[in-house]
Write a protein that binds this ligand. Sequence first.
Ligand code: LLP
Length: 411
Amino acid sequence: MNIDIIKNNLDEILKYKTPVYVYLYDVLKDRCAKMKSFKDTLEKEIDKKVSIHYSTKANNNPQIIKIVKESGLKVDAMSPLELDIDLKCGFKNDEIIYVCNNIDKEEMKLIREKNILPCFDSISQVKIWGSLFKNTDIMVRINPGIKGVGHNKKVITSGKKTKFGISEENIKELKEVVEKYQLNIVGTHLHLGSLFLNDSIDKYIKGVKEYLKIVKNNFENIKIIDLGGGFGVPYQDEEPLDFNILIEKLKKILMKFNKGYESVEEYKFEPGRFIPCESGLIVGKVNSIKSVMGKNYIGTDIGMNILVRPSMYDAYHKVSIINKKEGKEKIIANITGNICESGDVLARDRTIQKPEIDDIVIVENSGAYGFSMSSNYTGRPRPAEIMIKNGKIEEIRVRESLEYLEKNLLF
Ligand code: LLP
């Protein structure tokens, strides 16, 4: 079990101070292999090329990106830094797509310079691109109009209540802009939202169907059909996503689509979370223990600056305490961070081992949207990232120093 690996390597891990992000190489490799096998199987079933573009935003550590690359997967980037990391990790320009959201001309010029295929999600952005780079290939993001999928309303990215995509009623205007600048829409894009598991596969499929209908009725000669990310992982004790079921259901609709839409050459997927999430754990420590008006609080050094998901989405992460005294007594407590905000709560009303000061705290499933959403709020440094590979620890990102944090300050 992942926790046992942490326990067995604890002395070495603590050399990097707490909090620290720890990744298990074997778990990461396994999830990459699962994505590769999803790609290979679906490719055979539908007799079309399938590409998996790991969404760099989930975790942009170069050592993770390199493992993604050696596993035969591609990437998507959403910012100049992500693009630079992907390129430095050896991805070629045609293995990267740039999923744009309200970017400026400077960023557009960078994408063009690197010859990366952009995907736009508004007509005004297509207009700007067209005025800069006539006669080029682009992709466009479609909002299929129905509510997408996601673990929280903040991560549902299709339907009436989101800022994303171009809706069907605006496609006529899109085409006028495309014609004016002689652009070539080679692909369409869909991302319904983040984190669906088996109970939402049908919802995902419904969104895909609606999207394919819009593509078929409105566009000719699309070569790339992007179906986005969202592949979930269990955070509590849910069943893991069953890729056989997903493939069966996708196969049916994609085969049907292939028949009525001959130009399509490739299907793309953009999983982010699925790849690094379960390989990552955060190791921190207990700094305070108290009871306030009958409520227990365990104060740790894992604040919302280190893992924002619980305070931002009310997300559940498993938390365990490694108790030096091996005590068996349990308490019900709120486990909090060290940031001065009431919302800085890692876990609420958890039944957990009664801790002592300096006990170790472990947060699971922190490999995706952990470091990548971390911040320097209240001036705290971002921790180190380390990877356990073949029983050895490798440092894969150095902990930020005070000098680093003060580097751009003008006193
Ligand atoms: N493609 C696009 C266009 C996206 O916007 C995203 C994520 C992905 C792919 C990858 O989605 P995934 O497979 O990881 O679900 N911070 C949130 C998740 C927000 C994801 C936003 N978009 C969280 O921690 O749950």
